[in-house]
Design a protein around this ligand. Structure first.
Ligand code: BG6
Length: 466
């Protein structure tokens, strides 16, 4: 059994994690330029040379070589993000930066050369820093207008060449990482639920408005939301644990429910009532929200457990987005628990809930790789990565058999890149090794890993070789 005909196989990246050239081409600063340690430390005042993202893997200058390697693997699709601050350096300008537009135009030309479909994330954890510092990020309603102007610019310039768009990367992660995800500078502990949910509301309205605009300007376009999928199991059969798991699941469902149904779900309205949250939602906002998405995309790395027992609410190192470790699962070197069947669960669950085509736009395992040399060829024998991806794709195939409509699969970090959470190079996901180290040294030379050939075969056989 293979995947559906026309299945979009490929890889995924984000601008701030691959491009580098952080101050070239008229680019303004983004929040990533003050996050040299990812989410592990508080942001710096300004850019600092220790920030690996200043150079990243230098995709900005080496994209031709990298896209040729993707083409060699047989990619049908490449997911990348446009850095908002390359197009609007501060975020609140009237006119876009022509150099930024020209750069992405060159990327699209290069993809077109190989018949690779672009899948563009409009905002991937890289809000212009000025919007964070001057406006307090998405807590401010003005961001809806700035984002809409940015989207209009992208749709007008690239609309004839890009069919698939994602509005916000992992939009639900703002609940846990308000600065990374929503450009909100206030420390998490000081941010009120009122302000956080108002910011979320602004993002949801912005996403819906972008969807409406996309449909107006590009009749063939398909717009997806993007959710961080985190299947949540009860830690025990105790019904109180089941209810605890339900509450946590609602945190993520809410974003998909609003994107797919066009209105706030009852459980979230109840949460607002119970917590004294009174949002500013205009009549126009309610109208805007009715512009629902064409498909649902998501990242999947791990599952979590929930418990009602405070004594058992002890997080593991991988529980960055909440929950507690599952005692039955193994974890990656970074404590992210590996659960291939969880992917089948998510696919069935989302399909049954929303009845929208699904797209797995991130999946993979961060691991330390060792570059070895045999017969004069340098490579990485990453059997652990092959095993992880193979096991997950087998479960995706099961879900397709279950009747789930699945559009495609883009493996996260198809080329090694800088980690989002820890800002390390040594947390590698790629099929292509990039010679760069955590201390910034390295030649930046690219070497295909063993998984490169493995993935090429999967694509060539449309999954039959799994
Ligand atoms: C997702 C993000 O959360 O996970 C990516 O969309 C990120 O930007 C990926 O890189 C893996 O996380 P990390 O922290 O290992 O890079």
């Amino acid at each position: 059994m293979t995947f559906p005909e026309g299945f979009l196989w490929g890889g995924a990246t984000a601008a701030n994690q691959i491009e580098g050239a952080y101050n070239e081409g008229g680019k303004g600063l983004s929040i990533q330029d003050v996050m040299p340690k990812g989410i592990t430390e508080t942001p710096t005042e300004g850019p600092t040379p220790e920030n690996l993202k200043q150079v990243a893997i230098d995709f900005y200058h080496r994209y031709e070589e990298d896209i040729a390697l993707f083409a060699d693997m047989g990619f049908k699709v490449f997911r990348f993000s446009i850095a908002w601050s390359r197009i609007f350096p501060h975020g609140d300008e009237e006119a876009p930066n022509a150099e930024g537009l020209a750069y992405y135009s060159r990327i699209l030309d290069e993809l077109d050369k190989y018949g690779i479909e672009p899948l563009v994330t409009i905002s991937h954890y890289e809000t212009p820093l000025h919007l964070a510092r001057k406006y307090n990020g998405w807590t401010n309603r003005d961001l809806i207008g700035f984002y809409e102007r940015y989207c209009r610019t992208l749709f007008e310039y690239f609309g004839s060449r890009v069919k698939y768009w994602l509005t916000f990367n992992e939009i639900n992660s703002v609940l846990h990482e308000p600065f990374l995800s929503g450009g909100i500078p206030a420390p998490k502990e000081q941010l009120t639920k009122q302000d956080l949910y108002q910011a979320i509301h602004h993002e949801l309205v912005a996403s819906a408005r972008a969807t409406r605009l996309a449909h107006e300007l590009m009749p063939d376009a398909q717009v997806g939301c993007m959710i961080l999928a985190l299947p949540t199991y009860p830690l025990s059969p105790d019904p109180a644990d089941v209810v605890a798991a339900m509450y946590t699941a609602h945190d993520s469902y809410a974003f998909g429910d609003i994107h797919c149904r066009g209105e706030y779900p009852g459980y979230l309205l109840r949460y607002f009532r119970d917590n004294g949250i009174d949002l500013d939602i205009t009549v126009q906002d309610r109208e805007d929200l009715k512009n629902t998405v064409d498909f649902v995309s998501f990242s999947y790395y791990m599952s979590i457990c929930e418990t009602a027992d405070p004594a058992k609410q002890v997080k593991g190192p991988g529980n960055l987005m909440g929950g507690v470790p599952n005692p039955t699962l193994q974890a990656s070197e970074w404590g992210w628990q590996i659960d291939p069947q969880g992917l089948r669960v998510v696919l069935n669950d989302y399909w049954e809930r929303w009845q929208k085509p699904l797209f797995i736009v991130e999946n993979g395992v961060g691991a330390k790789d060792e570059l070895v040399e045999a017969d004069g060829v340098k490579t990485v024998n990453d059997d652990y990565r092959i095993a992880y991806l193979n096991d997950h794709l087998v479960q995706a195939r099961e879900a397709v058999q279950d009747g789930v409509q699945l559009m495609g699969y883009t493996a996260w970090g198809c080329i090694d890149l800088v980690s989002a959470s820890t800002a390390q190079m040594s947390k590698r996901y790629g099929f292509i090794y990039v010679d760069r180290n955590d201390d910034g040294t390295g030649s930046l030379v690219r070497y295909p890993k063993k998984s490169f050939g493995w993935y090429k075969e999967i694509i060539a056989t449309n999954g039959a070789s799994l």
